[in-house]
Design a protein around this ligand. Structure first.
Ligand code: KG4
Ligand code: ZN
Length: 340
């Protein structure tokens, strides 16, 4: 089974081919990605109209490259998958419409994939883990803890009540004059800084429901930054280190609570899985590794290239759905909002 996957929900245009071998494991045959970061950087964030136009400009070429690098003709595919949401609607329409056109001309089934589901299932592509597992999904648009019990069977245990974690990283970066996207920049600065110089809050620590709140932390950081302005390089590094440490403590505490809730509702998880762009953060990974170990679990975090948005995760989610007969017809809608 071979599926082409298209991803256009935010600021990456991506196309990839993934195949399924007889032992049930996925193999990435090609994985093409073009980031629009340079086009959005001047605005300090993603501009939806610019994103949609940029997807249109490159998607054909990217599909061609994904097929060439996989050494396959379109007729050799078993399905065409695209992220049908949630995301910036202009971009989603570009990817989904392209997939519909390809499905129509090749006569292959269309699989309209939920972008969050694709992040959630990536660990099965990279590590072949079995259901059920606890997923921490942390990206620029989403932060949630989910019991993944099967394809299409997700129980949300907790979520952010305000900003997503990636969004908070991006806003803090902007506040401190660091470029977009902020996550990697804040992480780099934090490496040089003293995480204990500023006493920043750990929102919702110890609360019984595994939810997140980032806006109070962000405000506390802004107040500190304004108090000591103008900021030296050292100040920026220390603020980044303090912020990252507060986020990591919060995530570990919230995930620990979610593990407890998981065991009460879904049994024993096979693994703790970290997904989404924020899972690229090395300090967070190490902290989650410790938590997993003390809970008798394995931490599964996709390689950095597969943490952020990519085509392989869409193709893989397409395979997971296709092999269960979960296909869509050409009326599948593009959705700006689509909860897991
Ligand atoms: O999953 P993703 O590529 O796109 C969305 O669906 O949002 O996640 C992007 C987000 C951005 O907010 C980015 O700042 C954050 O993930 N991010 C990080 C790191 N790398 C990316 N946050 C913290 N540390 C990082 N190393
Ligand atoms: Zn994403």
């Amino acid at each position: 089974m071979r599926v082409l996957g298209l991803e256009t929900t935010c600021d990456e245009t991506a196309a990839a081919v993934v195949s399924l071998s007889d032992d049930g494991r996925g193999h990435i045959r090609s994985d093409e990605i073009l980031s629009q970061i340079a086009e959005h950087a001047a605005y300090g964030g993603v501009v939806p109209e610019i994103a949609a136009r940029a997807h249109v400009e490159v998607i054909d070429r990217l599909v061609e490259r994904a097929m060439d690098n996989a050494g396959l003709a379109l007729s050799e595919l078993d399905g065409i998958a695209a992220a049908a949401g949630p995301g910036l609607i202009g971009g989603v329409i570009v990817g989904l419409t392209t997939a519909k056109a390809l499905a129509l001309v090749t006569g292959k089934p269309l699989i309209a994939v939920n972008h969050l589901e694709a992040h959630a299932l990536t660990a099965r592509l990279t590590d072949g883990i079995a259901f059920p597992y606890l997923l921490l999904l942390a990206s620029g648009g989403h932060t949630q803890l989910v019991a993944v019990r099967g394809v299409g069977d997700y129980v949300r245990l907790g979520a952010t009540i305000d900003d997503a974690i990636g969004e908070a990283f991006d806003k803090v970066a902007k506040l401190l004059g660091l470029p977009y996207p902020g996550g990697p920049e804040v992480e780099r600065e934090a490496l040089k800084g003293d995480p204990e110089r500023f006493a920043l809050p750990r929102p919702l620590l110890g609360r019984p429901a595994p939810d997140f709140s980032l806006s109070g932390l962000k405000t506390a950081l802004r107040i500190e930054a304004e108090r000591i302005a103008p900021l030296s390089e050292r100040d920026v590094s220390d603020l980044c280190a303090g912020f990252q440490a507060a986020v990591v403590d919060t995530v570990v505490d919230r995930t620990r609570v979610a593990l407890r809730a998981f065991r009460e509702t879904a049994g024993h998880p096979t693994a703790l899985v970290a997904a989404g762009g924020v899972a690229a953060n090395q300090t967070l990974r190490r902290a989650l590794e410790r938590l997993a170990r003390e809970s008798g679990l394995r931490l599964v975090a996709p390689p950095l290239r597969l943490c952020g948005d990519n085509g392989a995760m869409i193709a893989w989610a397409g395979i997971e759905r296709l092999r269960l007969g979960l296909v869509d017809d050409l009326s599948a809608p593009a959705r700006a909002r689509w909860p897991l």
